[in-house]
Design a protein around this ligand. Structure first.
Ligand code: ZN
Length: 288
């Protein structure tokens, strides 16, 4: 993009937004914010607010980093969850996540893991011996999956130290997921499964820090995947709920989602959109 076009877009499109917005819209929140949702998502440019289909202003406190990692932005999250007291913490990963794939490449090359609390220690680069030995060995009667072969090609050592440091903590959840890839047998689903495993781990971390608020029913932690490749269904662009407060059994997840919707008195249970919501729970509260 030329710099001129950047200025053009910025000035012209923002002016349109400013003109169509009423002053009363701004005065409602000009001196405070009261978002009900904190969303932690990946910095990936393919994820933007409109995928949720909502006007997000003053509704969503957004924190973003590579791989939607809870430990990377503890301060911002603590502010949103304990000062602004948002009732929902939504951790949103996505399909074909570069950070997840990068961490998978590092795991397969057997690069030393960095724990969340140890990220000041130096990063150990991949050695030639490690590269040759191939790190984690995936053994299967049907041979190595195509996904694993492709992930082995990720050149982790080419990344800067700063990038490595930020991504390496992801090897912890990714190593959990990687051993199961051979059983799935579909490349799109296999990569999505790694993102899903990462979201499960991030929900687990969030429960470590904010589990008390969940027990007191002040907070619900929801994990999800934005699927723009059609890994969960043939419909691309769907956001799929994969975890609620650490629950990841598909049937229990759907049951929980139904209970939450039924208990909400602000939803008109006789409406067509509620019937649609119940149908979509079966399709979009799901797992690989
Ligand atoms: Zn990503």
């Amino acid at each position: 993009m030329e710099l001129g076009h950047f200025f053009y877009d910025l000035l012209v499109h923002n002016e349109k937004f400013s003109e169509k917005s009423k002053d009363t819209q701004f005065s409602a929140y000009e001196d405070h914010q009261c978002p009900p949702i904190t969303m932690l998502t990946c910095a990936d440019s393919r994820i933007q607010g409109q995928i949720l289909g909502m006007d997000l202003i003053n509704k969503v406190f957004t924190v973003r980093n590579a791989g939607n990692q809870v430990a990377r932005n503890k301060g911002s999250l603590a502010y949103a969850l304990t000062v602004l007291n948002t009732q929902i913490f939504f951790i949103l990963g996505h399909t074909n996540c570069g950070a997840v794939n990068f961490a998978a490449g590092a795991s397969l090359a057997n690069v030393r893991k960095l724990g969340d609390t140890k990220d000041t220690s130096p990063v150990t680069p991949v050695t030639e011996t490690q590269k040759k030995s191939g790190g984690i060995q995936i053994v299967s009667t049907i041979g190595e999956s195509k996904t694993i072969s492709n992930l082995r090609k990720v050149d982790f050592s080419a990344a800067s130290r700063e990038v490595q440091r930020e991504i390496l903590p992801l090897t912890i959840p990714i190593e959990r997921g990687i051993a199961r890839l051979v059983k799935i047998g579909d490349e799109k689903k296999e990569l999505a499964y790694l993102s899903q495993t990462n979201v499960d781990y991030q929900v687990e971390k969030a429960l470590e820090y904010y589990g008390d608020r969940v027990k007191e029913k002040k907070l619900a932690i929801v994990g999800g995947i934005y699927d723009f490749v059609g890994a969960y269904s043939n419909t691309r662009g769907r956001v799929v709920v994969t975890n609620i407060n650490g629950v990841y059994d598909k049937m229990k997840l759907q049951e929980n989602a139904r209970v939450f919707c039924e208990a909400d008195t602000t939803i008109d249970k006789s409406s067509e959109s509620y019937k649609l919501c119940c149908k979509l729970i079966e399709e979009k509260v799901s797992r690989i």
